[in-house]
Ligand binder design. Structure first.
Ligand code: CP3
Length: 350
């Protein structure tokens, strides 16, 4: 399996991200940014205006391919991440969503009963062919310049949207379901996990070189709940996917859980900005770390950005490290500052 990975990555001209994910030494620290496809780039907004709406955009492989490659050309990042959304999984299982301008996702139906869960289908390649087509097209057009990151939401975060029906500060309805219906919760998480494994295997088969799981709402759970209702399922996915491609687990605000996440089958642990690099390094059991600049740092002047970047790179060290933000870029961040951040990382020498 590792021979396969090595042969495959040799075909990619800049494979720094893949080598760092596998724990190999790199000439410099690789960098990419969560939410690099979209938001801060005027070029993204120009492409987006050619689609009828967000969902139509996500379902158009040629447009998705275009905005996936834009940050590689414009920002010079060391990886592309396929333009899509984590919410394609609930839709593929039978819960359609809308993306409401300046509000976010909204589901007209949510999960309330056992019958609702039983009616959901296990998603497969048929329902998600548009993402796989976008990956294939992007692989062709990227021409092996940098690796392509595939992704999915972690089961708990997908569960949270399926129960809540929209974004929420507390996800109290989703948490209420965990407390009042633990068995049904596991039934639903199991179904999401099975769908996600099919989906990610298909992404790798279509050309994704590395996979990231986003547990954006891990932080609303208490530690024991996180282990039982989230990490257990993340680990099932890592075990199924890591033999095919390196896996990164980003569990936002689960700072107490790095040691536990490291015991699972992932290759890289994504960190938000609340985590001290030295503490993460001590707990990560030799796994690669990714992160963890505060996205708000990019509102600062260039001198401050450079100083903080250098502090971050020194703190994480020159191996087993992929530089990134601690969460996605915010829409009002200046594109030139983003480029400056990327350039600071690429030119840094230990
Ligand atoms: O990282 C990338 O550049 C790749 C594309 C990507 C999108 N969504 C495109 C998108 C990725 C990796 C995601 C993941 C995603 N989607 C997550 C996990 C990461 C995180 O931010 O915590 C979550 C929770 C979602 C759900 C989602 N999608 C929300 C809550 C929203 C609305 C608010 C927002 O963040 O803008 C979206 C919409 C969305 N997904 C946009 C983009 C570029 C903005 C839509 C637009 O163009 O108007």
């Amino acid at each position: 399996m590792f021979i396969y990975l090595n042969l495959f990555s040799k075909m990619i001209k800049n494979d720094l991200v893949l080598r760092a994910a596998r724990g190999e030494k790199t000439e410099r620290t690789p960098v990419w940014l969560m939410r690099q496809a979209g938001r801060v780039l005027p070029e993204y907004r120009a492409t987006r205006s050619r689609a009828k709406g967000f969902i139509d955009f996500v379902k158009s492989p040629d447009l998705a391919c275009e905005v996936t490659i834009q940050p590689v050309d414009i920002l010079g990042v060391d990886a592309a991440i396929i333009f899509s959304d984590i919410l394609v999984i609930p839709e593929a299982m039978g819960l359609p969503y809308q993306m409401i301008e300046s509000k976010g996702p909204w589901f007209e139906r949510t999960i309330k009963t056992k019958a609702d869960i039983e009616q959901l289908q296990i998603a497969g390649e048929e329902q998600l062919h548009y993402v796989l087509d976008a990956i294939k097209l992007t692989k062709t057009n990227l021409n092996d310049r940098v690796p392509l990151i595939g992704f999915a939401g972690a089961p708990w975060t997908i569960f949270a949207y399926m129960i809540e029906g929209s974004g929420s500060k507390t996800f109290s309805q989703a948490k209420k379901f965990l407390y009042t219906q633990p068995e049904l919760s596991h039934l639903l998480l199991e179904k999401i996990t099975r769908s996600t494994i099919h989906y990610l295997k298909a992404q790798v088969k279509s050309g994704a070189d590395i996979i990231q799981l986003f547990d954006s709402w891990a932080g609303v759970l208490a530690p024991e709940q996180f282990y039982e209702f989230s990490l257990q399922y993340i680990n099932k996915i890592s075990e199924a996917i890591a033999p095919l491609a390196p896996v990164t687990v980003f569990a936002k605000d689960a700072h107490y859980a790095i040691g536990k996440i490291a015991q699972g089958g992932c290759n890289t642990i994504g960190l938000d900005w609340t985590i001290d690099p030295a503490k993460a390094r001590a707990e990560a059991a030799g796994k690669t770390l990714q992160g963890n600049a505060d996205p708000c740092l990019l509102y600062a002047d260039e001198k401050t950005i450079k100083k903080e970047v250098e502090k971050m790179l020194r703190a994480f060290g020159d191996t087993k490290y992929i530089a990134n933000l601690g969460h996605g870029l915010y829409p009002d961040i200046d594109k030139e500052k983003v480029k400056f951040f990327v350039d600071c990382i690429k030119s840094f020498k230990y």
